[in-house]
Design a protein around this ligand. Structure first.
Ligand SMILES: Cc1cc2nc3c(=O)[nH]c(=O)nc-3n(C[C@H](O)[C@H](O)[C@H](O)COP(=O)(O)O)c2cc1C
Length: 199
């Protein structure tokens, strides 16, 4: 399975790291592209240093991939396969998805590879999962979410549940990542399903 993973500047870098781990562990080919703000959030939330150099940040981030083919693309790399509908891509996930990127996608504008990939997914009728995080939500945010949903995207809010008795932060991260993987049909054992007995 070939998956595009776009990372933008909303809080939630641990979700992106876990997603990369799970996709690569499942043997997916993964194309990663992170916006400038996305890289800053990764540096802040994963490595505790907002000023960490972007190259170093992404080099460390890619260490979350275990196997599988993973390629990093500059957000201005228009030659990447994700910039065109002619490339055979199975699913697109933007995680985390900032309200800025969500609004851009909703408007149809595309100023980087992440916006373009989302636009391609929508026009080609392919699986697109957006994982936004913001609170509270303005009327504009809500309208944009409705707009992308109507265009075919799945809006999977970064809102972990607590009914599975999480013990660690990772359990909350896994809850959201598991739902995203379910949406694109990637097998995982990240979280117990409702109604499933304890192992
Ligand atoms: C540490 C940090 C956390 C942020 N958290 C959020 C957030 O949770 N949601 C959001 O929509 N924007 C958040 N922002 C603001 C976005 O990064 C900003 O709007 C940026 O322009 C988004 O650009 P992008 O969509 O190209 O990544 C955050 C920024 C920083 C630096």
């Amino acid at each position: 399975m070939h998956v595009f993973l776009g990372i933008t500047g909303a809080s939630g870098a641990p979700y992106a790291a876990r997603l990369l781990e799970a996709l690569s562990a499942a043997g997916c080919e993964v194309g990663v592209s992170a916006s400038r703000a996305g890289i800053e959030v990764i540096a802040t939330e994963l490595y505790g240093d907002a000023r960490l150099a972007p190259d170093e940040t992404m080099a460390r981030f890619l260490e979350h991939a275990h196997g599988g083919a993973v390629a990093l693309h500059d957000p201005q790399d228009w030659r990447a396969p994700y910039a065109s509908g002619s490339a055979e891509i199975d699913a697109y996930v933007i995680c985390p998805c900032s309200m800025g990127t969500l609004g851009t996608i909703a408007s149809g504008a595309m100023s980087n590879l992440i916006h373009r990939a989302a636009s391609v997914a929508i026009k080609e009728g392919r699986r697109l999962v957006l994982v936004p995080r913001e609170t509270p939500l303005s009327e504009i945010h809500l309208e944009n979410m409705l707009r992308v949903r109507r265009a075919g995207a799945v809006v999977l809010f970064a809102a972990p549940g607590f009914y599975h008795a999480p013990e660690r932060l990772d359990d909350l991260v896994d809850f959201v990542v598991a739902r995203a993987l379910d949406q694109i049909g990637v097998e995982h054992a990240l979280s117990r399903r409702w109604g499933q007995d304890e192992p």
